[in-house]
Ligand binder design. Structure first.
Ligand SMILES: Nc1ncnc2c1ncn2[C@@H]1O[C@H](COP(=O)(O)OP(=O)(O)OP(=O)(O)O)[C@@H](O)[C@H]1O
Ligand SMILES: [Mg+2]
Length: 557
């Protein structure tokens, strides 16, 4: 063993995780690599969920305390990023009220909530300053939606901090700003290192944070531009910020905008005319016909990113929109694959029209009105669902007598009862979209639905990318369909539709056909980037801006 791996083994030991030292050594993981480890990496190393969380926190602490003995891994670079600053409200008063140990415990819990939310959205905790936390979104790892990720994380922090239990209720404030910075790791093997960003962006984020009321997220104009489709805001107008010469336009984020699916969120405007897919649509309509005759059906729709799974579901919804039916559309989220029942909670909140800032009593009344009546459960279904949605109710005694496992089991069976009760009233289309991001609790729900809808008027459609491998494909009423790439003729037809009468040299057309490889998303991106290129570059495909999607591996994420 090298010195570095022995150090690491000792460090793991300190956190009670010494059993993983060998796995770290076998995979050549040294101190310098620690900041790069993701939760996925740790899972691959065979580390259990609880230990993964512990380890990720320990890595953050290590970085923040500047104890790492590695060298500067990344040189400073000029980047466009989103910086988040988060602070506890009233920490001076807290330090007067609480004894130092209790205060430290609370601060640790608060930091834990910050780092969990930041990691969930794949941001990077850069530094802790007492009870302040600075995080970067867009460095070292960049995503096309880093601004959106930062604001989601900020909202989660604000909400999670209020729920920390302790002698006092905590509140936080977050500021978010996007812009250019010089960012990198500072220090070397002899001096403590941490991450820093130089430029106006982090200063503005820090100043915005101080302007906000408790439990609010304030963002700059530059961030608002990046995230306007995803959130609702209150415009606070131009504000003077200390150390910033010009007044800056500031917005308070109210909530994330809800959309039934990722597809609908991304396609507010008109769609490209549908090309092909008549066989698939006939198949789905055939299953729908069977469902109307109480022959419950399950369809698994699998396909690579951008091949048209969501579009097909959209078309099916259009075809049956005039018929009386219920639609329960569950959208899984890449950010919430470990968040129990996330797609179900979102679906119910939306369908029952619950607003984030509504009074609990009003939410409860709306929920009651939305749920179908069911009598076969000892605990009121509405109580279980209210509990699922974290709506406090006056009479929770019935639930408090149950164990968490019993609550979970009863919640799952109540959800299936609800689905069946809906289907007694009308044929029901129940969609679970993008289940490659499904959380384990919703997966259990899905399995129970499949086992119970044989004779119900329910069409369950589950869509996924090919990496998802279900265990239940042998069920009698199950159809598995793999959505294939479009044919050459279909690709050509789609490009012609996109060109809307504009002409394109045959050579360029051939290049798009070849590059897009039958994937509609790539066809759209390539054709539109070619059209938006200045006319003189259009004849030369190589010189037009290529969509980011095609520059990498071809994965749409
Ligand atoms: N048959 C088609 N005809 C015309 N446009 C299509 C067709 N299929 C898909 N598209 C368009 O291609 C784009 C990508 O399709 P879609 O979002 O349905 O892919 P997806 O398989 O759901 O991808 P992901 O796995 O990322 O969710 C959309 O803009 C969609 O409207
Ligand atoms: Mg999709």
């Amino acid at each position: 063993m090298t010195k570095a791996t022995t150090d690491l083994a000792e460090w793991l030991q300190r956190y009670g995780l010494g059993q993983y030292a060998q796995a770290f050594a076998e995979n050549h993981i040294e101190y310098a690599v620690l900041p790069d480890l993701t939760e996925d990496d740790l899972e691959k190393l065979g580390i259990t969920l609880g230990h993964r969380k512990k380890l990720l926190r320990a890595i953050d602490t290590l970085r923040a305390a500047g104890q790492a003995s590695g060298t500067t891994g990344r040189e400073a670079e000029f980047r466009q990023i989103t910086v988040m600053f988060c602070d506890l409200v009233g920490s001076t008063q807290l330090s007067q009220k609480l004894d130092p140990e209790d205060l430290q415990k609370l601060i640790d819990l608060y930091r834990g909530e910050c780092s969990t939310a930041i990691r969930r959205y794949e941001g990077q905790v850069a530094r802790y300053f007492g009870d302040g936390v600075m995080a970067f979104f867009g460095w070292p790892r960049a995503h096309e939606d880093d601004g959106v990720r930062a604001v989601h994380a900020a909202l989660e922090i604000v909400s999670a901090v209020t729920k920390i239990s302790g002698p006092v209720t905590l509140a936080s404030r977050v500021g978010v700003c996007s812009g250019p910075v010089v960012v990198g790791e500072i220090g070397d093997s002899r001096t403590p290192w941490s991450m820093d960003a130089v430029g106006e962006t982090p200063n503005i984020a820090a100043r915005l944070q101080t302007l906000g009321a408790p439990n609010t997220v304030l963002i700059s104009e530059s961030t608002r531009r990046l995230v306007s489709a995803a959130f609702d805001f209150q415009d606070l107008g131009p504000q003077e910020l200390k150390g910033v010469t010009e007044p800056l336009h500031v917005y308070c984020v109210l909530a994330a905008k809800y959309s039934t699916s990722r597809f609908e969120a991304a396609h507010a405007g008109p769609l490209t005319p549908l090309v092909g897919r008549s066989t698939e649509l006939s198949l789905l309509l055939d299953r729908w016909q069977k469902v109307k005759e109480a022959d419950g059906q399950v369809t698994l729709l699998s396909g690579i990113p951008g091949v048209g799974k969501s579009r097909l579901l959209h078309e099916l919804k259009l075809r049956i929109q005039q018929e009386p039916h219920f639609l329960l559309h569950h959208q899984c989220s890449p950010y919430h694959s470990q968040s129990a029942f996330f797609p179900v909670i979102e679906q119910i909140e939306h369908a029952a029209q619950l607003a984030a800032r509504e009074a609990n009593a009003d939410k409860f009344a709306k929920l009651k009105a939305y749920l179908p009546r069911s009598t076969d459960s000892s605990v009121e279904p509405v109580l279980l669902i209210a509990n699922l949605l974290s709506i406090p109710t006056e009479n929770h005694r019935e639930l408090s007598e149950l164990t968490p496992q019993q609550i979970k089991n009863r919640t799952i069976s109540t959800l299936v009862d609800m689905l069946l009760a809906f289907s007694v009233q009308r044929p029901t289309l129940c969609i679970f979209e993008d289940v490659h991001w499904l959380d384990p609790s919703t997966l259990e729900l899905l399995e129970l639905i499949i086992s119970r809808i044989d004779h119900a008027r329910v069409l369950l459609i589950v869509s996924c990318r090919p990496e998802f491998r279900p265990t239940w494909t042998t069920h009698a009423n199950m159809t598995v369909h793999s959505l294939t790439r479009l044919s050459h003729t279909e690709v050509t037809a789609m490009i012609r539709d996109l060109l809307r009468g504009e002409s394109m040299p045959q050579q360029l057309l051939d290049q798009i056909i070849e590059k897009a490889d039958g994937v509609p998303l790539f066809i759209e991106e390539l054709t539109s980037s070619t059209l938006s290129a200045p006319p003189r570059t259009r004849g030369n495909f190589k010189r037009t801006a290529q969509p980011a999607l095609l520059q990498g591996s071809g994965d749409a994420e």
